[in-house]
Design a protein. Structure first.
Length: 228
């Protein structure tokens, strides 16, 4: 079994740890040793019975025997920054739930995580450090750029390309043959019928551009002027 450490120790990290358990039940693959976190207040605590081992320096100085790492941070931008910081110092694990339908023509980049119940049909390409939450559908020719985040139940129709860092809220739907620019945030339940530019917030049915995406704005920080 390969050694594994999860970067992050919050809710998503717990979900990733549970995913590792599911993978190991199907085929023993990973020996999860614990978590690392930049928040020193978390060091020494336990998450699902496993220790928070310290900060990133635990990994950066691990040397030739460094464990595989998966970055379990929900915010696409932060996840990409952490991954870039660790690049060349660790090996990144790719985690796919045993229930996922993934045709051999699909490609999944290093560090990506796909939770249970997801279906990727044919010629689907996931970049590095992509997060696909439970119950998503990815149709033919879909491309998810590095660091994309799909919340639960997202439906992406054929030949759609989401640029690097795009973050999509729960239950959003994308029509066929469109593109979404890098770092755009698509709100929960949005119905995207046309291509969207980079770096904006889009909401509604049909989805419309609401405003530029703020520097600290993510799926996990509700802005007061987003519609209910």
């Amino acid at each position: 079994m390969q050694r594994l450490v999860i970067f992050g120790s919050s809710d998503l990290a717990e979900e990733v740890a549970a995913l590792v358990d599911e993978i190991n039940r199907a085929e023993p693959t990973w020996r999860l040793e614990g978590f690392v976190d930049d928040d020193a207040r978390r060091w020494g605590q336990r998450v699902l019975g496993l220790p928070v081992l310290g900060g990133a320096d635990v990994l950066e100085h691990a040397g030739a025997d460094a464990p595989f790492v998966v970055v379990a941070i929900g915010d696409s931008r932060v996840r990409r920054l952490v991954a870039a910081r660790l690049e060349g110092k660790v090996r990144f694990a790719t985690l796919v739930h045993p229930s996922v339908t993934l045709h051999p023509s699909c490609r999944v980049g290093d560090g990506s995580v796909i939770f249970g119940g997801t279906v990727a049909t044919v010629r689907v390409t996931l970049g590095r450090h992509v997060l696909v939450n439970p119950g998503c559908t990815l149709s033919h020719g879909v491309v998810l750029g590095d660091g994309c985040t799909l919340s639960p139940g997202v439906r992406v129709s054929g030949d759609v390309t989401l640029g690097p860092g795009v973050a999509v809220g729960a239950g959003a739907v994308f029509a066929d043959v469109l593109q979404v620019g890098a770092d755009t945030l698509v709100g929960a339940g949005a119905v995207v019928l046309d291509s969207l530019p980079a770096g904006v917030v889009a909401v509604g049915n049909p989805a419309r551009v609401l405003r530029p995406r703020g520097p600290g704005e993510s799926l996990y920080r509700k802005s007061p002027d987003l519609p209910e």
